[in-house]
Design a protein around this ligand. Structure first.
Ligand SMILES: [Zn+2]
Length: 383
């Protein structure tokens, strides 16, 4: 097994499901970096149970390259794993374990680069940025970006190592996840018209959302670089009511908007709110003044849309040996780095076809390819 493969075994052994602490993994990485004399800082969450790690190899006072990945993984609960998810196993050139593709494989390659990078005469710095809570709404990286914004020099480039099979990716959609709480008025169902049926009003909002989603599919709003080539709206959870013979007082549903980078997802939310205010609430309040429709944002991240004609695109093409730029359907922390003014690209080992699934794996060949790509990043930083 390669050095990156051995490091991957160490990383997979830490259960860093987003609901758990990531501190044991962060301690391991910190100790590893100390062994090579690499300075780093930790940025903890409010409770002190999780941390981002930001390390710098080479001169800190000139613009460099941020190599970024998240340390958390999605749960294995309810998945039919045929192998232990938190112990790396190998078979026929594939390395199995939770997070091997998404995205501890990339983190392992970053750590495997450290011995050479710590000895190299770097003219530009390489920064390692490890975050927490990416899988639950890109939460952790925000405090890391706040810290970065305090620094006098802005990085040249951020490379997010999410699994793209090492293909250069310049864009992805943005996402907003929302909760809508409909509050009506309960009564005996025999007198249904005297109540305000929260389930029925929620259903009208869900239908309206579907209609708004349809409107986003029109040809002039499409962008063929994405699959599907338009923004989408989806209601994914709904709950309300107590018993069939009670008019339900409350109903809550969660929905999301996945927007093309050029489109504003909040427009859909504003349209839905306007529909609620103008059409639904007057009828609800005519029966009960307590009626309400509340919207809360659960999480969001912006889209990524790095120009093909840009230095960032030229550099990643150089590093991965391809100008076959693509987009990915899933979101990354890249949108947040880009929003912070740092040119950002996505390229990493493994495939999201294996991410979030039982028996997740990355191939040794992909790790080798990533080691080679990072070798070219190191060579660039020495020029
Ligand atoms: Zn990921």
């Amino acid at each position: 097994m390669s050095a990156s493969g051995e490091l991957l075994a160490r990383l997979v052994a830490f259960d860093t499901t987003s609901r758990e602490t990531n501190l044991a993994l962060i301690d391991f990485v910190a100790g590893y970096l100390e062994g090579f004399g690499v300075p780093y800082e930790l940025i903890h969450n409010g409770e002190g149970t999780k941390a981002n790690l930001f390390a710098t190899l080479g001169p800190a006072d000139v613009p460099g390259i941020v190599l970024s990945g998240h340390t958390d993984v999605v749960p294995v609960d309810g998945q039919a794993w045929t192998r232990p998810p938190f112990a790396l196993s190998e078979s026929a050139g594939k390395l199995y374990g939770r997070g091997t593709a998404d995205m501890k494989g990339f983190l392992a390659c970053l750590l495997a680069l450290v011995p050479a990078a710590s000895r190299a005469a770097l003219r530009r710095p390489l920064h390692l940025a490890l975050s927490y809570d990416e899988e639950v709404g890109c939460l952790g990286v925000r405090s890391l970006l706040d810290q970065l914004a305090q620094r006098p020099v802005k990085p040249l480039l951020c490379l997010i190592g999410e699994p793209t099979e090492l293909k250069p990716v310049l864009g992805h959609k943005g996402k907003v996840a929302m909760r809508c709480q409909v509050h009506g008025a309960a009564c005996h169902s025999a007198y249904a018209p005297q109540g305000v049926n929260a389930v029925e009003y929620a259903a009208r909002l869900v239908v309206e959302l579907g209609r708004l989603g349809e409107a986003l599919r029109t040809a002039e709003r499409q962008d063929p670089r994405f699959d599907p080539p338009f923004s989408t709206v989806q209601t994914g959870l709904i709950g309300g009511g107590q018993a069939l013979n009670i008019v339900p007082q409350d109903c809550t549903f969660d929905f999301e908007i996945r927007a093309l980078p050029a489109q504003d997802p909040y427009q859909v939310i504003h349209q839905l709110q306007a529909h609620a205010e103008a059409t639904l609430l007057p009828a609800m309040r005519a029966i009960s003044g307590q009626s309400a429709i509340r919207f809360t944002e659960l999480s969001s991240y912006p889209g990524l849309d790095t120009a093909v004609e840009s230095e960032a695109a030229d550099w990643i093409a150089q590093f991965c040996g391809s100008r076959d730029f693509g987009t990915v359907a899933f979101g990354t922390e890249g949108g947040l780095f880009a929003a912070a003014g740092i040119p950002t690209v996505v390229c990493g080992p493994g495939s999201m076809a294996q991410g979030h699934k039982p028996d997740e794996f990355v191939t040794q060949a992909q790790l080798d390819g990533c080691d080679a790509m990072l070798g070219r990043v190191l060579a660039f930083a020495c020029r």
